[in-house]
Design a protein around this ligand. Structure first.
Ligand SMILES: *[C@@H]1O[C@H](CO)[C@@H](O)[C@H](O)[C@H]1NC(C)=O
Ligand SMILES: *[C@@H]1O[C@H](CO)[C@@H](O)[C@H](O)[C@H]1NC(C)=O
Ligand SMILES: *[C@@H]1O[C@H](CO)[C@@H](O)[C@H](O)[C@H]1NC(C)=O
Ligand SMILES: *[C@@H]1O[C@H](CO)[C@@H](O)[C@H](O)[C@H]1NC(C)=O
Ligand SMILES: *[C@@H]1O[C@H](CO)[C@@H](O)[C@H](O)[C@H]1NC(C)=O
Length: 734
C-alpha cells in the first residue's frame, strides 16, 4: 500500500465516523444529480469503478451500494454522474482523488450571405485535405436529410475517425455526417425520439453553418434568397446531441466531450451557455474544453446572448475561443401601411403575405376576453387567451410590450403589431403577420386609431435591405470583461450572428408558438450560437492547411488576422468584439503565432490559485505548481490590463513568445498605437527569424493614466506584408 492509499484510508475512517453521526439526516427527496469529476488520474475503467465505489461508500449517508452511477466518463478523462444530497456532495468534494463535485446544471442553446460578407467566398482557395477535418458539434442533433449534408463528392471518412453512428431505423449517417450520438443521462425524452435527430432546428442550423454543402436557391419561404453554405464545405460533421426540449445538461455535455475527444474530432463547436462557474473545474464546458486542448482539439464556444451588460460572458476559459455576434449587411424590415397611407417600419421576420389588403385595427386593451375573466389591463399585452375572439378575429391587433403575439394568433386575428423595439438587431418570427414597432411609431399608430372611427392597416412581407453600418456587434451579444480571469481578454473574436440563413429541421418550430404549422428547410435566426460555427468553420479551414497546428496556434492565427471593428459605432470596444471579425483567408498565413500548450495553461492555473494536487488529478501527470505564471504572462494573442479605479497610474508587463510560421528569412517590427495617456513599449521591438518554427520572446509594458474606463490600443508585428495584430485593453476593474 503506498502512502497515497493509506492517506485515503485515513480519510475513509474519518468520514465513516461522520457517516455514522449523520446517518438518515436527510431524506431521499433531497437527492440531486451531481457530476463527480476525477480528472485524468485513473489508468483504466476498472480502477476507476473501484475508486467510485469507494468514494460513494465514504461520502454517502445511506446505503451507498444502492446509488447507481448514472454515467461514467472513461474515454478522455474520468468521473461519474450520481444522485447525492448536498451534504454528500460537499463531503465528496473533499475526498482524495476528487477534483470537483458540481450540480448537473441546465444550459440553453444560446447563409448564406454571411460568409461572403466577411470576405470568404465559396471559390476561395481550398486545401485538398479539407475533407480530412472533422468538426464535432454539441447541440440539438441534426436533420440528416437536409441537402446541406449530402455527401456527394466525398470519399470515406478520414482514417483517424473512431466514432460511431447511433443509427436507428430512420437515422443514418453518410460520408458528410460521419458520426452521430445522443446523450441523456436522466433518461427522460419527453416525446423526442431516442436518436441524434434534431427536433428543434438549432443543431441543424449550426452544423450547416460550420460545414454544410453549398445549396443554391435557399431561402426562408422566399425571404433572403441565395446560396446557403458552410465555411468548410468539405469538412466532415460529427454530431453529439446533448440538447433536448428540456435543455442541455452538463452531465451530457461532458459525456459528449469524453466521446468526441476519443473519436478523433479536430474542432469542437459548442453554441451553449447559460451560466458559468467561477471555478474552471466546476464547469462542464471548461473541463471538456481543457481535455480537448490537451488532445490537440480546438473548442469554439458562443460568448452568450445576455449582452450588453458588462461581464455577461458565458464562456471564457483561455483554452477555448469565445465568439461574439455581429450584424451582416442584411437587415430585415417589415413595413406597416395604415389606411391614411402612412408607412411605418418595424422589425420582424414575416413570411406571410396579406397582399396589401387593409384590415381594421383594434387595440388589445379594448378587446379583453371577459368571459375568461380578463380585462384591458392584461389583454393589452396580447398573451394567449386574453383576447376576445369575437372582437379581434380578422383584425390587426395593436399590442403593448414585446410578445410572440400568441393571443392574436389563437383568436384568429389577421395580424399583430407589438411595440418596444429600439434595437434592430434581433428580429423575431411570429405565428401570424406581425411587425415589432418602436414606441414612437406605435404611439403614432395609436393616435391615428384615435383620430378615425375606421382605422385600418396592412402588414407587408419582410424585406431584406442593405445594412451599410455592418458589422456592428449585436446588442444581445455578451460583453467582457472576463469576470474570472480579468487579465484574459474575452470575447476573443466576433463573427456574423444576426439574420443568419441556414438549414433547419422540418420538425422544428419557427415562432415557438403552438399551432404555427409552417415547416422550413431553411430558417433565419440570430444569436452568438450562429457566430460560433462561423469560427468553427474558419478554424477547420485553417486546420486543413496546417493539420499539425495546436489549438492555440489556430486561435492565434484567427485572432491576429482579424479585422477590428469601428469603435465609434461599437460601444464597449474590445469587450464587445475581442480581436475583431474573422478573416479566414488571412488566417491561413498569419506570419507569427502565439502558441501555448498544456504546460502553459497549467502554469496559468497555478497562478490563479489552483493547487498542485488539483492539477495533478486533472492532468494525470506530475504537473506541479513549483513554476506558476501570472495570467498576464500566458502566451495569449491579446493583452488585457485590469486596474483599480482608484489607481491614478496604471502599469503592467506582459511576456510573450511568438513562433515564426513563414518560410523564408524575415524581420518583424513592432508598431504600437494607443491613446496619448498611455506609454506602451515593446522590448525588443524588432525580431528576426531565419527558419520556420523559430521562437522569439518580447515584453510589452504599459504605463500611464486612464482617460476613460476602457482604453483601447494595439500591437502590430509586421514584416511589411503580413500584419500580426493584437488588441491591448486597459480598463477599470472594480
Ligand atoms: C422517424 O422519423 C420521422 C421524421 O421523419 C418521425 O416522425 C418518426 O417518428 C421517426 N421514427 C420512426 C420509428 O419512424
Ligand atoms: C387615444 O385615446 C385614448 C382615450 O380615448 C387616450 O387615453 C389615449 O391617450 C389616446 N392615445 C393617443 C396616442 O392619442
Ligand atoms: C373603412 O375603410 C375602408 C378602407 O379604407 C373602406 O373600404 C371602408 O369603406 C371604410 N368604411 C367606413 C364605414 O368608412
Ligand atoms: C396546425 O396543425 C394542427 C394539428 O394538425 C391543427 O389542429 C391546426 O389547425 C393547424 N393550425 C393551422 C394554423 O393551420
Ligand atoms: C515592468 O518591468 C519594468 C522593467 O523590469 C519595471 O521597471 C516595472 O516596474 C514593471 N512594471 C510593473 C507594473 O510591474
Amino acid at each position: 500500500m503506498d502512502s497515497k492509499s493509506s492517506a485515503s484510508l485515513l480519510i475513509s475512517l474519518i468520514s465513516f465516523a461522520s457517516l455514522l453521526l449523520q446517518c438518515h439526516s436527510s431524506s431521499s427527496d433531497d437527492l440531486k444529480t451531481y457530476i463527480v469529476y476525477t480528472g485524468n488520474s485513473n489508468s483504466d475503467e476498472a480502477s476507476a469503478l473501484l475508486q467510485y465505489t469507494s468514494l460513494l461508500r465514504k461520502a454517502a449517508d445511506s446505503d451507498a451500494a444502492a446509488r447507481s452511477v448514472l454515467h461514467q466518463y472513461k474515454r478522455s478523462f474520468y468521473g461519474f454522474v450520481v444522485k447525492l444530497t448536498q451534504k454528500e456532495a460537499e463531503r465528496m468534494s473533499g475526498l482524495d482523488g476528487v477534483v470537483s463535485v458540481f450540480p448537473n446544471r441546465k444550459r440553453q442553446l444560446h447563409t448564406t450571405r454571411s460568409w461572403d460578407f466577411i470576405g470568404f467566398p465559396l471559390n476561395v482557395q481550398r486545401a485538398t485535405t479539407e475533407s480530412d477535418v472533422i468538426i464535432g458539434v454539441l447541440d440539438s442533433g441534426i436533420w440528416p436529410e437536409s441537402e446541406s449534408f449530402s455527401d456527394k463528392g466525398l470519399g470515406s471518412p478520414p482514417k483517424k475517425w473512431k466514432g460511431t453512428c447511433q443509427s436507428s431505423s430512420n437515422f443514418t449517417c453518410n460520408r458528410k455526417i460521419i458520426g452521430a450520438k445522443y446523450y441523456k443521462s436522466d433518461g427522460s425524452f419527453e416525446g423526442e425520439e431516442k436518436s441524434p435527430r434534431d427536433y428543434d432546428g438549432h443543431g441543424t442550423h449550426i452544423s450547416s453553418t460550420a460545414a454544410g454543402n453549398s445549396v443554391s436557391q435557399a431561402s426562408m419561404l422566399g425571404l433572403a434568397p441565395g446560396t446557403a453554405r458552410g465555411g468548410a464545405v468539405s469538412a466532415r460533421i460529427a454530431v453529439y446531441k446533448v440538447c433536448w426540449f428540456d435543455g442541455c445538461f452538463d452531465a451530457d455535455i461532458l459525456a459528449a466531450f469524453d466521446d468526441a475527444i476519443a473519436d478523433g474530432v479536430d474542432i469542437l463547436s459548442v453554441s451553449l451557455g447559460g451560466f458559468s462557474d467561477e471555478n474552471y473545474f466546476r464547469d462542464g464546458l471548461a473541463i471538456g474544453a481543457f481535455h480537448a486542448m490537451r488532445n490537440g482539439i480546438l473548442t469554439v464556444t458562443s460568448a452568450g446572448n445576455s449582452g450588453p451588460r458588462p461581464g455577461s460572458l458565458a464562456n471564457f476559459s483561455p483554452w477555448s475561443i469565445s465568439v461574439a455576434a455581429s450584424t451582416i449587411d442584411r437587415k430585415l424590415l417589415t413595413k406597416v401601411g395604415l389606411g391614411d397611407n402612412k408607412i411605418f417600419e418595424g422589425v420582424s421576420i414575416n413570411t406571410f403575405d396579406l397582399k396589401g389588403q387593409q384590415y381594421p385595427i383594434i387595440y388589445g386593451g379594448d378587446a379583453p376576453n371577459t368571459k375568461e375573466g380578463f380585462d384591458g389591463s392584461s389583454s393589452r399585452f396580447c398573451s394567449g387567451g386574453t383576447l376576445d375572439p369575437n372582437l379581434v378575429k380578422g383584425k390587426i391587433v395593436l399590442c403593448e410590450g414585446r410578445s410572440q403575439a400568441s393571443g392574436p394568433f389563437i383568436a384568429e386575428a389577421a395580424g399583430a403589431l407589438t411595440q418596444g423595439q429600439n434595437l434592430r438587431d434581433s428580429p423575431l418570427a411570429f405565428p401570424l403577420p406581425a411587425s415589432y414597432m418602436n414606441l414612437q411609431d406605435a404611439s403614432n399608430i395609436f393616435s391615428y386609431m384615435n383620430s378615425t372611427r375606421n382605422s385600418t392597416a396592412t402588414i407587408y412581407r419582410t424585406n431584406a435591405e442593405k445594412d451599410t453600418l455592418a458589422p456592428v456587434v449585436a446588442s444581445f451579444s455578451a460583453r467582457g470583461p472576463n469576470r474570472v480571469s480579468p487579465d484574459i481578454l474575452k470575447p476573443d473574436l466576433v463573427a456574423p450572428g444576426v439574420n443568419i440563413l441556414a438549414s433547419w429541421s422540418p420538425k422544428g418550430s419557427i415562432s415557438e408558438v403552438d399551432g404555427d404549422n409552417r415547416t422550413l428547410k431553411f430558417n433565419i435566426i440570430s444569436g452568438t450560437s450562429m457566430s460560433c460555427p462561423h469560427v468553427s468553420g474558419a478554424a477547420a479551414y485553417v486546420k486543413s492547411f496546417h493539420p499539425s497546428w495546436s489549438p492555440s496556434a489556430i486561435q492565434s492565427a484567427l485572432m491576429t488576422s482579424a479585422r477590428p471593428l469601428n469603435p465609434r459605432i461599437n460601444r464597449d470596444a474590445e469587450f464587445a468584439y475581442g480581436a475583431g471579425q474573422i478573416d479566414p483567408v488571412k488566417a491561413v498565413n498569419p506570419g507569427l503565432v502565439y502558441d501555448a500548450g498544456e504546460i502553459d495553461f497549467v502554469r496559468f492555473l497555478c497562478g490563479q490559485g489552483y493547487s498542485t494536487r488539483t492539477l495533478q488529478l486533472v492532468t494525470g501527470d506530475s504537473s506541479s505548481c513549483s513554476v506558476s505564471a501570472k495570467a498576464s504572462d500566458l502566451n495569449y494573442p491579446s493583452f488585457a490590463l485590469p486596474t483599480h479605479p482608484s489607481n491614478v497610474n496604471v502599469g503592467g508587463n506582459f511576456s510573450r513568445t511568438v513562433t515564426y510560421v513563414g518560410s523564408e528569412k524575415s524581420t518583424y517590427k513592432a508598431t504600437v498605437t494607443g491613446p496619448p495617456g498611455l506609454k506602451i513599449q515593446v522590448n525588443p521591438n524588432v525580431l528576426s527569424f531565419t527558419s520556420r518554427g523559430e521562437r522569439q520572446s518580447f515584453v510589452l509594458s504599459v504605463e500611464g493614466s486612464l482617460e476613460a474606463s476602457i482604453v483601447s490600443a494595439s500591437l502590430v508585428w509586421s514584416d511589411g506584408d503580413i500584419q500580426v495584430r493584437s488588441p491591448i485593453v486597459v480598463f477599470n476593474s472594480p
